[in-house]
Write a protein of this length. Structure first.
Length: 220
């Protein structure tokens, strides 16, 4: 049976959430405009998994109409009761570079106790490269959750605000090589002597992965 906008829409109206989830997966078989229209419907589904799948696809489908998708994603970020859906909305906001949503991202970051939501917001801020985000990222890099910290290190690098350098240098001796590896990627965004000196030191790191990355970025 051919997959058409009508057949997908019919699945989206099924009482079986499995059918509705299958419909979301079929968006990839439709043209962009039709998939975008149906994704908006699925993004308001009563089932968390369906909403999550639809919001995740809006990270690419949203390019079709940014003016329409932005308020939808901001509502999902601020009002959805499920952290997974909020996190997906943050990811999509970052992927679509919706700078005007920064206020909502910051408010939810400070208001939630869900590490996954905070992690996704921090990662989204890295993609946005939003100058206003420095203070939030300065807070995030001191978080209790290592995944949030690692994302904040990367985001500070992408922000390329030289005020981040002292914050980043405090992680050169972090016990987790994955944190040090992300640190290398962040420091590579800075030409300042202290950042380059740290890269030189990290090129001698006990982890070969960290050392090779640092050496590569020093030569780049």
């Amino acid at each position: 049976m051919a997959i058409t906008p009508d057949s997908v829409r019919e699945l989206l109206h099924s009482e079986d959430y499995g059918d509705r989830l299958r419909a979301v997966n079929q968006f990839r078989e439709l043209d962009l405009g039709a998939a975008f229209d149906l994704a908006q419907l699925a993004a308001n589904d009563g089932n968390t998994r369906v909403r999550y799948a639809a919001i995740s696809q809006l990270a690419s489908l949203g390019q079709h109409d940014l003016a329409t998708v932005e308020p939808l994603l901001r509502r999902a970020l601020t009002n959805d009761p499920e952290p997974d859906v909020q996190a997906a909305a943050a990811d999509a906001i970052g992927g679509l570079h919706l700078h005007s949503a920064y206020g909502d991202l910051a408010a939810v970051y400070h208001g939630t106790g869900e590490w996954l939501v905070q992690f996704s917001i921090v990662a989204a801020l890295g993609e946005l490269g939003e100058p206003q985000a420095f203070d939030l990222l300065q807070d995030a890099v001191r978080a209790d959750n290592d995944l949030v910290v690692t994302a904040a290190i990367g985001a500070l690098g992408e922000l390329q605000d030289e005020r981040a350098i002292p914050l980043l240098l405090s992680f050169t001796d972090h016990p987790d090589w994955q944190v040090r590896h992300r640190l290398v990627q962040a420091l590579a965004q800075f030409s300042q002597p202290e950042a380059q000196a740290a890269l030189a030191a990290l090129a001698q790191d006990s982890s070969s992965i960290v050392a090779e990355a640092a050496a590569h970025h020093r030569m780049a």
